[in-house]
Design a protein around this ligand. Structure first.
Ligand SMILES: [Ca+2]
Ligand SMILES: [Ca+2]
Length: 197
């Protein structure tokens, strides 16, 4: 009787141990999966950190204002070459979204005409920013009398003048000019462009 009870008891215990063993195996599998996911997550974070580090290095020599980094050129190039330079730096020519940004540029550019990311090369008179947005849908600050296609020359690119310059009739603001003229330029990289998926 006692033996019988004992056998029954050990039979139950065996079943319990088998269940427990299976659960431990399952738990082990789950932990292994979790571990692999953590390794993957860690690798992704390391990659992200490396990318941020290299992008921050690119930002050396850039000025941070509000939510963008800006790069002012020292040399002069035509509009297309200016834009290409910005793109090489992981940015684009500046898009001036509001009055604050406009004054920021005017303060930084000094006595020089500076290319901005505004052009009407696609459709004459339809001024667009380099991100494809139409000028009419946002802020603009043309100098009085501009854009004017001066002397019927094709003037399809925009630059900004901060201080009165005699060659631009001493008028501050944006001017349309021939795209092959060489000016300084300003690149912009928005901080939102740094946020990784
Ligand atoms: Ca902007
Ligand atoms: Ca003009």
């Amino acid at each position: 009787m006692l033996d019988g009870m004992g056998c029954e008891g050990s039979g139950n215990r065996n079943t319990n141990l088998t269940n427990e063993r299976q659960q431990l195996i399952l738990k082990n599998t789950n932990l292994t999966n979790e571990r692999e996911q953590l390794i993957l997550k860690n690798k992704n974070l390391t990659d992200n950190r490396e990318q941020l580090r290299s992008e921050l290095l690119i930002c050396v020599g850039w000025i941070f204002y509000q939510s963008s980094f800006y790069y002012m050129s020292n040399e002069t190039k035509n509009w297309t070459e200016s834009r290409r330079d910005c793109q090489k730096r992981g940015a684009d020519l500046i898009i001036i979204n509001n009055r604050e940004e406009y004054y920021f540029v005017q303060n930084k550019s000094g006595p020089a005409a500076v290319y901005i990311g505004l052009t009407d090369t696609e459709v004459e008179g339809n001024w667009k920013w380099v991100d494809g947005s139409n000028l009419t849908s946002g802020f603009s600050s043309w100098a009085p009398g501009q854009p004017n296609e001066y002397n019927t020359v094709d003037e399809d690119c925009a630059m900004t003048v901060a201080v009165p310059l005699p060659e631009f009739a001493n008028i501050e603001g944006w001017h349309d000019v021939a795209c092959n003229k060489a000016f300084k330029w300003i690149c912009e990289k928005r901080t939102s462009q740094f946020i990784l998926p």
